[in-house]
Design a protein around this ligand. Structure first.
Ligand SMILES: Cc1cc2nc3c(=O)[nH]c(=O)nc-3n(C[C@H](O)[C@H](O)[C@H](O)COP(=O)(O)OP(=O)(O)OC[C@H]3O[C@@H](n4cnc5c(N)ncnc54)[C@H](O)[C@@H]3O)c2cc1C
Length: 422
């Protein structure tokens, strides 16, 4: 009986010991878990605080170094990229620092083109990452419309490619635009450039490689073949140096000279069909810029694939290249009524506007009313005109700031009878 009692006592003591040990180890484990948790939290907090401080410092730098109106820049370098396409490196003539910009934004230029009366105002995207001591743009000469060789090629793109030289001084407005990489999102991205539309997404790509090397990035570039493969060597280098970047070069019309797997990766146009084959899911932020057919199909097909509108970002280089703007899409979601009276106060003309006419600028030009214009894409702000009565609407919010009581005639359409100061 005594033996039994002592066995029970020893067993109980052993169990108690094990229990205490397990409590001790358990609490060690728990403490270790807690310590890990606090460390992770403080690393996260530090990263967030650092990134907020960086953003704040950039904001201050931007405010200190930005400028209003036009500033003189010198052409520091002019590099031929592909036939009829040059990169222009610009340095401020006053030697003062450059403000940072968001990757994807553009500059607005005022050119004095020989044999052309009046200023030529055009926008060109910054094609390199921010943070350099120069700004870079890359401009492709726009040929005459197909089948109309009698019409001269694009004014400013010909000037930049054929006349502008190293050492020339030009007028430039500060970086602007709402199409830019959402830097703080850190979500995986798909960047897509078609032809010279590569410029804004190249700025984003260069930025990601330098500052967000862990951000999953799929890059698609579309061109007919090697002859139009802008920045070929640079893109290849990026792909080699950055494991987070998946480079996909698409040639729609390769020549016998083009080598699959070497010059290009896909004999295809850039399309959502291709994304479905390559991307692990549709869960990305998409940024694209290129010719209108590519943009239209990507926009529609991404939505049809279930990509939320908030994840689709694009930049159109504007209807300047087609001269006549397409009629604006329904204003504020409603189809505009036909036959709206537009009064041009200074010219003393009242003219019926219908959607088929296009924008207020198209209406003015077709009826001999003078409104100064530049990009014809709502980007440069040259056509800002006071609205004296009524309301003007936009198919999509324009990039340029619209002062209270004014409108951007190049992308605006009347919502009802309007009177504008032109
Ligand atoms: C935000 C933004 C960013 C941009 N970024 C870039 C960029 O990075 N790189 C780039 O290369 N471009 C870019 N562009 C496009 C650029 O701004 C110009 O639109 C483009 O260079 C064409 O301008 P242009 O003066 O050469 O052509 P325009 O003189 O405007 O001519 C355009 C077309 O009209 C034709 N044309 C001329 N006269 C007539 C006529 N009487 N009748 C019919 N047709 C006529 C011309 O032959 C030409 O085909 C961007 C545009 C925007 C809005």
């Amino acid at each position: 009986m005594e033996n039994m009692a002592s066995i029970v006592a020893i067993g109980a003591a052993g169990l108690l010991g094990l229990y205490i040990l397990s409590l001790l180890f358990g609490s060690f484990r728990q403490q270790a878990r807690l310590a890990r948790h606090y460390e992770e939290q403080s690393t996260l907090f530090r990263a967030r605080a650092e990134s907020l401080l960086k953003v704040r410092a950039e904001e201050i730098e931007k405010t200190q170094n930005t400028w209003s109106g036009f500033r003189k820049f010198e052409v520091a370098e002019k590099i031929n990229e592909i036939p009829d396409c040059h990169s222009i490196y610009l340095k401020p003539h006053d030697g003062r620092p450059l403000p940072p910009f968001e990757p994807g934004q553009f500059l607005t230029f005022k050119f004095l083109v020989p044999d052309h009366t009046g200023d030529v105002i055009r926008c060109y995207s910054l094609s390199d990452a921010p943070g350099r001591d120069y700004y870079r743009i890359t401009v492709k000469k726009v040929p005459p419309p197909r089948g109309k060789p009698e019409i001269p090629p694009g004014l400013s793109s010909t000037f930049v490619n054929e006349v502008l030289n190293k050492g020339d001084i030009i007028d430039v407005r500060a970086p602007n635009g709402g199409f830019y990489l959402k830097r703080q999102h850190r979500r995986p991205v798909v960047l897509i450039g078609g032809g010279v539309g590569i410029t804004p997404v190249l700025s984003m790509l260069n930025y990601i490689c330098e500052h967000e090397p862990d951000r999953e990035t799929w890059f698609f570039f579309g061109a007919p073949n090697k002859s139009q493969h802008i920045m070929k060597a640079h893109l290849r280098q990026i792909a080699a140096d950055n494991p987070n970047v998946r480079m996909n070069i698409c040639y729609s019309d390769p020549t016998d000279d083009d080598v699959l797997g070497e010059d290009y990766d896909h004999h295809a146009r850039v399309s959502v069909e291709l994304f479905k084959k390559l991307l692990p899911s549709n869960n990305f932020e998409y940024y694209f810029c290129g010719p209108p057919p590519m943009m239209n199909s990507l926009d529609a097909d991404l939505k049809a694939w279930g990509v939320p509108e908030a994840d689709i970002h694009y930049e159109a280089f504007g209807p300047a290249s087609v001269k006549k703007a397409p009629p604006p899409a329904p204003v504020d979601g409603a189809t505009p009524a036909a036959g709206i009276a537009v009064t041009f106060a200074k010219s003393g003309k009242t003219i019926e506007w219908t959607p088929a006419i296009g924008t207020l600028l198209d209406l003015a030009e077709a009826n001999g009313v003078d409104i100064a214009s530049g990009c014809r894409a709502g980007s440069c702000g040259t056509c800002l005109t006071a609205v004296l009565d009524g309301e003007v609407g936009y198919a999509t919010p324009p990039d340029a700031a619209i002062e209270n009581g004014s409108c951007l005639a190049c992308v605006g359409a009347p919502k009802g009878p309007v009177k504008i100061d032109a």
